[in-house]
Design a binder for this molecule. Structure first.
Ligand code: AMP
Length: 289
């Protein structure tokens, strides 16, 4: 008989629940610090951000806060998936040291009256479809960036407009944290991972890869020389129309810096779309070239 195998030890990250606890933990934390803001219900997309932060920083701080201010529909906020115990384990497995899981009044204390609102970048696409969404996002992210004082903060390309908006905000407000963009993680059938995917019925889940197929159809047209913005948008609409469960909200071929719709693609472009499956709204995007 050989020796007993060593038990597998996974160290759980330290969970912090107040601004005061976070401040104390960060004061003693080795630098640089990498911040990964999330709303929980963590999946492999979030894990990729945490692992990237782990590789590039001495301390990794994940935040989990389902931010009511960025939900423009009360029902979406209420049904948003929440599973703290599973999330804490997932953060540990991906290499997080600290997790900030504040109650609402730690983010928005009594008397809170500050809002961060950006200009034209927040108006099209998600901004047009979800009034107030970006003001909620930029306000909470500004708070989290301020509390963390991290050298780097990690965001997914999945939310391409959010990434652009947060980068702009950090620049405008002189926030010293570097905003790091991370690639989209997908299921094997092409569906971008999202916490909302778990809310889809089996039929909706089977239909959902149509988002990716629509983007790839437009990309194929682009690759074979198509540069007309409207024809690229039509290529996406045509694919979406083959799926009866998919109700498109927008399809876009925009300038990746301003997000204005392009009539013709001269340089880079961002293909993006939002599609509803019943009450569940999914988004995806593909940068060109
Ligand atoms: P959320 O919890 O949905 O607010 O997302 C937290 C962060 O994870 C955001 O920066 C998202 O862009 C990022 N994220 C969400 N889904 C993915 C994905 N499939 N691949 C890469 N990053 C993602």
């Amino acid at each position: 008989m050989g020796p007993e195998p060593a038990p597998v030890v996974t160290t759980l990250p330290c969970v912090l629940r107040s601004r005061a606890e976070l401040k104390i933990a960060l004061a003693g934390a080795p630098r640089p610090i990498g911040l990964v803001p999330t709303m929980g219900a963590l999946h492999a997309g979030h894990a990729s951000l945490i692992r990237r932060a782990r590789a590039e920083n001495a301390t990794v701080l994940v935040t989990i806060f389902v931010n009511p201010r960025q939900f423009n529909e009360a029902a979406d906020f209420e049904k948003y998936p929440r599973d703290e115990a599973t999330d804490v384990r997932a953060c540990g497995a991906a290499g997080a040291d600290l997790i900030f899981i504040p109650p609402g009044d730690e983010i928005y204390p009594a008397g809170f009256q500050t809002s961060v609102r950006l200009g034209p970048l927040t108006e099209p696409l998600e901004g047009a479809a979800r009034p107030g969404h970006f003001e909620g996002v930029t306000t909470v992210v500004a708070i989290l960036l301020g509390l963390a004082g991290a050298e780097r903060a990690y965001f997914g390309q999945k939310d391409a407009q959010q990434l652009l908006v947060i980068g702009r905000m950090a620049l405008d407000l002189g926030i010293g944290t570097q905003i790091v963009a991370c690639p989209i993680v997908r299921e094997s059938d092409g569906l971008a991972l999202s916490s909302r995917n778990t809310l889809l019925t089996a039929e909706q889940r089977a239909a959902a890869p149509v988002l990716r197929r629509a983007l790839l159809a437009a990309r194929a047209r682009y690759d074979s020389g198509e540069r007309d913005g409207e024809r690229l948008r039509s290529a996406m609409r045509a694919v979406l129309s083959t799926e009866p469960l998919a109700a498109p909200e927008y399809v876009s071929c925009s300038d990746p810096a301003t997000l204005r719709e392009l009539t013709s693609v001269e340089g880079a472009a961002l293909l993006s779309l939002a599609v509803r499956f019943g009450g569940i709204r999914l988004i995806d995007n593909e940068p060109l070239p």
